[in-house]
Design a protein around this ligand. Structure first.
Ligand code: MN
Length: 166
């Protein structure tokens, strides 16, 4: 199954200006894509995207990402997006998935410092966000949902900046 199947199923590419895209080979060079898009959908949110294994891992953040380490933002994981999405800006028409305007809020590159199934530690080189950020998975109080294949569905994460050393 393509990593982009869910992304492509949700959209009609003759109706939306979004790219249909395709999975790319793994990027072995330094400087993986980092982008946050401000998405004026039914609820304004910020979409964090990080390049990983030929696609953009994606999280929807309901409040503006913060450079203050004390401010932890909920980041709800969404479907993988194609690499082409990193430069997308435009208006998704009324009545279509994600209807509303998308514009780039911040962009640049990142390095993966550490990763396991419940955590990403990334060094972000953006214009607004710079330095070490964490994405930490947390289990919902009502228990972890399973996908159809029985895998744990990891949806809710926290996104925040690392505290500077005193
Ligand atoms: Mn969005």
């Amino acid at each position: 199954m393509s990593k982009l199947e869910e992304y492509q199923k949700k959209r009609k590419f003759d109706k939306t200006p979004e790219p249909s895209g395709s999975e790319k080979p793994k990027n072995n060079k330094k400087g993986l894509i980092y982008v946050i898009q401000e998405h004026h959908a039914s609820h304004l949110h910020w979409d964090l995207r990080l390049e990983e294994d030929g696609v953009l891992k994606s999280w929807a953040i309901p409040k503006e990402p913060s450079t203050d380490p004390k401010v932890k933002r909920l980041a709800v994981q969404t479907e993988d997006h194609p690499i082409e999405y990193a430069t997308f800006e435009g208006t998704i028409p009324e009545g279509h998935y994600g209807a509303g305007t998308v514009k780039i809020w911040d962009s640049g590159t990142y390095e993966l410092i550490e990763k396991n199934e419940n955590k990403y530690v990334v060094n972000i080189h953006g214009k607004k966000l710079k330095g070490i950020y964490y994405l930490i998975y947390f289990k919902p109080r009502w228990g972890v949902q399973k996908t159809l294949t029985g895998k744990e569905e990891k949806k809710n994460w926290l996104f925040f900046k690392k505290k500077e050393k005193q």
